[in-house]
Design a protein around this ligand. Structure first.
Ligand SMILES: Cc1ncc(C[n+]2csc(CCOP(=O)(O)OP(=O)(O)O)c2C)c(N)n1
Ligand SMILES: [Mg+2]
Length: 336
């Protein structure tokens, strides 16, 4: 039985719903961390990754706490630090590693070398590199869901910096005017590349932007996965009930440079120390032990199983072939 089968309750389970949720959150946060560590700290340094690497270290609670709320009709538009969203929607770790290594087994079949990937079969819209460009797309997705008579919600993910882009404001404005079912999820990690928050926006909180659009907006501790989940529940319920969009600002911190090539010398060291103490995985584990939802040994076993899952995924991805150059134009034009 795999770790995920175990925590999904495929084995007789006496746990409470809250404990089961905590185990599920821990599984996806650990899997995201392990996969990204493998990508950034091993494969990238070995020269096996085709493109740049952007990770969500320290921010795992945000895609996990919200992604777990998505139902089959919902559509998710993750940003570049939301890897867990793909895992939750059923994309295997092997396919993700193959994607980063430019292999046929990846979601873009070797056409892209990092995270510009999606799969509508799983309700995942591919990341658009231009910041905030997915926000009007999220509004469009929500409108399409409404036209189709589905009760789906669009989950729109972005960073603090993206909220200063024109596309963000147009997308949010359209969604609020049309009362579209969108949940806007901001990871406010205090930096947009090397620009600290105070140099790119004049209000103190991203949530302060909500009232300008008559949109409910709440601030949540983005390093507390259960708190993110609860805020997400309020947001999804609101959107699904036809009341329009809802903004969640998750306060967090980027525990790396902007990308693997960036040593982040511009970030005061003290901030890494301060936020390191608030690591969402460490905090969830401590909570699980204090609530008797798990003991240390069980958590260790889970972690070991996840490392093995990533080892197997890497072997699978490395066995996947690179694309045949003769197929270069496949899927580019409808008719060649
Ligand atoms: C329009 C645009 N400008 C610049 C970039 C380059 N770029 C990619 S991510 C990024 C920082 C984004 O900051 P934020 O929105 O806070 O997200 P974070 O990376 O912190 O998660 C920049 C400047 C881009 N992709 N698109
Ligand atoms: Mg940011």
């Amino acid at each position: 039985m795999s770790a995920i089968q175990a925590i999904r309750g495929d084995q007789p389970d006496q746990r409470t719903a809250e404990a089961t949720l905590a185990h599920q959150c821990l599984y996806y946060m650990l899997l995201m961390r392990e996969l990204e560590d493998r990508i950034e700290r091993k494969l990238y340094r070995q020269g096996k990754i085709v493109g740049g690497v952007y990770v969500g270290r320290g921010q795992e609670a945000i895609p996990v706490g919200t992604g777990l709320l998505a139902g089959p009709d919902d559509v998710l538009l993750p940003s570049h630090r939301d890897l867990a969203v793909y895992l939750i929607r059923g994309i295997s770790p092997g396919r993700i590693l193959a994607q980063y290594m430019g292999r046929m087994g990846g979601l873009t079949r070797g056409r892209d070398g990092n995270m510009h990937m999606g799969d509508m079969k799983h309700g995942l819209v591919a990341i658009i590199s231009a910041l905030a460009a997915t926000v009007p797309v999220a509004a469009g997705v929500a409108m399409a869901l409404r036209y189709q008579g589905k009760n789906g919600v669009a989950f729109s993910y972005f960073g603090d910096g993206a909220t200063s882009r024109g596309d963000w404001h147009e997308g949010v404005n359209f969604a609020t005017v049309q009362k579209l079912p969108v949940v806007f999820i901001c990871n406010n990690n205090q930096y947009a590349y090397s620009t600290p928050l105070g140099l790119q926006m004049a209000c103190a909180h991203v949530a302060d932007r909500g009232p300008a659009y008559n949109m409910p907006a709440e601030i949540v501790d983005g390093n507390d996965v259960l708190a993110v989940y609860q805020a997400g529940q309020r947001a999804v319920e609101h959107a699904r009930a036809g009341k329009g969009p809802y903004l969640i600002e998750c306060k967090t911190f980027r525990m790396t440079g902007h990308s693997a090539h960036d040593a982040a010398h511009y970030v005061p060291k003290g901030l890494f120390e301060e936020w390191g103490k608030l690591d969402p995985i460490v905090r969830l584990k401590a909570r699980m032990i204090s609530e008797s939802w798990a003991d240390r040994e069980e958590l260790e076993e889970r972690h070991a199983a996840i490392r093995k899952e990533v080892d197997d995924a890497q072997a699978w991805a490395e066995a996947s072939p690179l694309p045949d150059p003769a197929t270069l134009l496949d899927d580019v034009y409808e008719n060649q």
